[in-house]
Design a protein around this ligand. Structure first.
Ligand code: PLP
Length: 383
């Protein structure tokens, strides 16, 4: 087959079935298109998924993090410990509520926050922890909550990428303190845009509802009060219908992702990439939902940089991404005093990581094609 006849392989692509598309059309025709019955159903399905805990939907996994912090009482003067190897939303929300993010370096094997360093970073001002489960791999949840309990800290889990991940056989969201999911188009389960908060009790659920919609409480036919400053973060019923339509497929989605991840490990065995030292993710087929497959490039052994490497993939009809550059090196964060050298593992990771294609509509031959391309580029540009 010639190069031009091979279709372009993006690094991510959502899978939406015809029934869901039809369901969205039905919602549009129903006369109720913003938050309504579809949201109620979606929240009920999510709650069941999380062992019956209260769940409230939102219009993004950024809103959920911010409101999770507010519900936990985090604000002015508080410190929140988190990781610099994440999407910038994770720490932006800390500033948003008036608190200060305290970064802790990652464990280079898991690429998640190093829990030993986390414990050392706790001060009398520490109020909460935001752990991130990068590419769906949870941290050691036993150790995380042992630390949180010992120091009386709240946890707002940034489980944006970990919908369907597990810890010792229990789903993320079923255990723990406040848990935040994202249903952005690229996530394992999508509602186009959207998110959900898993909460501890009805009191927190009521607070979540208030923060979600202008702090409003309605009673009877005409009663209305506003007793707290809320925003506008509700999810539309169109979005909720998409999310609902994804739920029955989740287990298959994750099984397919695991199969593809296994194919990546097989495809990188013994090739030029392995010889050169391309870094692979931790091979966890127990807990991770394999949201992404992230490799790291041995840039010192390549005669091209990361952009060049990604360009070479593109020339071979393969899309790739970067998840994520270290947050503390962004201008906003440098302006607050963060600088190079503070979190060396996250910096090295952020500068060298490349996200390879991984989505449910791919098959193992697509993975083989990506591995061949990576090996070829390593062969060609390896020093
Ligand atoms: C996607 C993501 C978010 C934000 O979710 P949105 O729905 O895009 O607002 C936050 N944290 C992490 C780790 C994410 O991957």
């Amino acid at each position: 087959m010639s190069q031009s006849t091979v279709p372009f392989l993006p690094f991510v692509k959502p899978e939406i079935d015809e029934e869901t598309i039809q369901g969205v059309a039905d919602v549009l025709r129903s006369g109720w298109i913003t938050t309504g019955p579809q949201n109620q159903k979606f929240e009920a399905a999510l709650s069941e998924f999380c062992g019956g805990r209260p769940v409230r939907t939102f219009n993004s996994g950024t809103a959920t993090l911010e409101i999770g912090l507010r519900i936990a009482g985090v604000g002015e003067g508080d410190e929140v410990i988190t990781t610099p190897a994440s999407w910038v939303a994770t720490s932006n929300v800390v500033y948003e509520v008036g608190a200060t993010p305290v970064f802790v370096d990652i464990d280079p094997a898991t690429r998640n926050i190093d829990l030993d360093l986390l414990e050392k970073a706790i001060t009398p001002r520490t109020k909460a922890i935001i752990p991130v489960y990068l590419s769906g791999l949870p941290v050691d949840m036993d150790r995380l909550y042992e630390i949180a309990r010992a120091h009386k800290l709240r946890v707002i889990e940034d489980a944006a990428q970990a919908f369907g991940s597990t810890w010792k056989g229990e789903r993320i969201g079923k255990l723990g303190d406040i848990v935040s999911f994202s249903f952005h188009a690229n996530k394992n389960l999508t509602s186009i845009e959207g998110g959900a908060l898993v909460l501890n009790n009805e009191e927190e659920a009521v607070l979540a509802q208030k923060y979600r919609l202008q702090g409003i409480t309605r009673t009877g036919f005409d009663g209305m009060d506003c007793d707290l400053l809320g925003g506008k973060y509700n999810l539309t019923d169109v979005a909720a219908r998409v999310g609902l339509g994804q739920m029955p497929h989740l287990e298959r989605f994750i099984a397919q992702r695991k199969k593809l991840a296994r194919a990546y490990f097989a495809g990188f065995e013994g090739g030029a990439a392995a010889r050169l030292g391309v870094g692979l993710p931790l091979a966890d087929f127990e807990n991770s939902n394999w949201h992404m497959f992230l490799i790291t490039l041995p840039l010192e052994k390549l005669s091209i940089d990361r952009a060049g490497f990604m360009g070479q993939l593109k020339e071979r009809g393969i899309g790739s991404g970067v998840h994520y550059p270290a947050i503390h090196l962004f201008s906003l964060y440098r302006a607050k005093g963060f600088k190079e050298g503070m979190f060396p593992h996250a910096e090295r990771y952020g500068a060298s990581t490349v996200t390879l294609p991984l989505f449910t509509l791919m098959n193992e031959s697509d993975v083989e094609r990506v591995c061949r391309a990576v090996n070829e580029i390593c062969e060609q540009y390896g020093k």
